[in-house]
Design a protein around this ligand. Structure first.
Ligand SMILES: Nc1ncnc2c1ncn2[C@@H]1O[C@H](COP(=O)(O)OP(=O)(O)OP(=O)(O)O)[C@@H](O)[C@H]1O
Ligand SMILES: [Mg+2]
Length: 427
């Protein structure tokens, strides 16, 4: 690719942009003094234009009226992307919001360097959607359209774990091969590779739609939502007997990308009706409060903080919900976190094992496992790697920047946008 190429890691939770300067990746300060920024947007009700990154999160935390959104990447390839909604005082789609976010990235990168970036080299998960090639292709086409709408004239894609492998080649491989394990906010991605001289040769890439936002959702449904009435019962409007509280609102409230769309009169009416019929009205009252006062993202952040604290074995790890009701809190022990993760560890193990099978590698041929992505800090990920590859050395790369660094390096190389899918076809 040419020097007017901007490398972009558009992540579910965090994004970054970089260029190649004298053969070395240079991350651009899209937000002041920071290599990455939250993939978050905020549209103030009062007008004044979209804010992104930490500025968006600060607006949410300060309680400024407006619409906050996060985890936008997860809607690519699905129907929500092109539905028109009232966002920031005008009707627009999430595709337009993603394009506006990418445009802001491009313009800030251009302001930082004085260059004009016509081309984007973007990361993409190996699979946006697990075992659904049609939706997966749709998601890439959607993301491409967003880049074009953001003012880029050409877009190429590279699988995120392949980019990370490029950035981590200096770690070498103490055995014949290495395995990148990139567990992010939305997807888990794997690349088996060998280093030949200065070159990284990709043997196979594979991935599943599972990431930290799914861990948050599971933790929320098991530990926070019961305090808002999930699992309780409702009296019938007519006749005797009790019904379980419907799960749908709770499932959306526990899903980062869906939270903003719960703040509608219809959902608020439904919650108010549930509260009237509930055998435990105080708990349902909290759900009503969260919807009325638009506290869903605060709750998601509280769950995420609780997850990270419990994962670190912090004493008194908990989901702090005082902003809903004084004193409201859900303890989250490391054991509760482990139980809440259910099958996720096994899903990751299977996906990693499948990557090795596609690469034609035995476990004892993998010398290094290179952990990248914020969720690779989860204990279940390291446990999985130790079980699958007991002889390999676990190495940590720069969890939040390996992908964008690798993308910057790849701007100087011929890009094979379809290597991941080719590996799938051959595997
Ligand atoms: N210390 C930590 N322990 C456990 N999880 C963490 C930690 N720090 C961040 N995370 C989780 O990492 C995830 C974000 O990681 P990352 O920034 O690598 O994702 P992303 O690149 O935006 O997503 P993706 O690549 O899947 O699109 C979040 O789900 C967050 O909760
Ligand atoms: Mg990522």
């Amino acid at each position: 690719m040419r020097p007017d190429t901007l490398a972009i890691d558009f992540g579910t939770s965090n994004s970054a942009a970089a260029i190649l300067e004298n053969g070395v990746p240079r991350r651009l300060p899209i937000q002041p003094e920071s290599d990455t920024l939250p993939t978050a947007v905020f549209f103030p009700t009062e007008g004044g234009g979209m804010r992104i990154g930490d500025a968006a999160s600060e607006a949410l935390i300060s309680g400024e009226p407006g619409r906050y959104m996060r985890a936008l990447k997860s809607v690519l390839g699905g129907p929500l992307l092109n539905e028109t909604r009232m966002i920031g005082g005008r009707r627009q789609t999430l595709a337009e919001v993603i394009a506006a976010f990418l445009r802001a990235l491009r313009e800030r990168a251009e302001a930082a360097t004085g260059a004009r970036y016509r081309r984007a080299l973007s990361g993409r998960p190996v699979h946006f959607h697990t075992a659904d090639p049609v939706r997966d292709a749709r998601a890439e086409a959607d993301l491409r359209s967003c880049y074009l709408a953001a003012g880029f004239e050409e877009v190429e894609f590279l699988a995120e774990p392949e980019a990370a492998a490029l950035a981590c080649r200096h770690l070498g491989t103490s055995g014949p091969a290495g395995l990148v394990v990139d567990i992010g906010g939305g997807t888990s991605d794997f690349t088996a590779f060998v280093v030949e001289g200065d070159e990284v040769k990709v043997l196979a890439s594979h991935g599943i739609r599972l990431g930290g936002t799914d861990f948050d959702q599971a933790v929320s449904l098991a530990n926070a939502m019961p305090l808002l009435g999930l699992g309780g019962e409702l009296r019938r409007e007519m006749g005797p007997g009790l019904l379980p509280v419907p799960k749908a609102i709770y499932a959306d409230l526990a899903t980062w990308a869906k939270i903003p769309f719960l703040y509608t009169p219809a959902t608020r009416r439904e919650a108010a009706l549930m509260a009237r019929l509930a055998t435990e009205p105080a708990q349902l009252g909290r759900l009503v409060r969260v919807l009325e006062d638009e506290l869903g993202h605060e709750l998601a952040f509280a769950v995420e903080r609780g997850k990270i604290a419990a994962n670190e074995n912090a004493p008194e790890a908990r989901i702090a919900m005082e902003f809903i009701e004084p004193g409201l809190t859900a303890p989250l022990t490391p054991e509760a976190l482990r139980l809440g993760m259910g099958r996720f560890g096994e899903d990751l193990r299977q996906a990693a094992a499948e990557t090795l099978a596609m690469a034609g590698l035995r476990a004892d041929e993998v010398g290094n496992v290179i952990l990248v992505g914020g969720s690779s800090l989860m204990r279940l990920v390291t446990d999985m790697a130790r079980v699958l590859l007991p002889e390999a050395t676990l190495q940590r790369s720069e969890a939040f920047t390996a992908v964008v660094d690798g993308l910057a390096l790849a701007t100087a190389m011929p890009v094979r946008t379809d290597s991941a899918r080719r590996a799938v076809a051959e595997g």
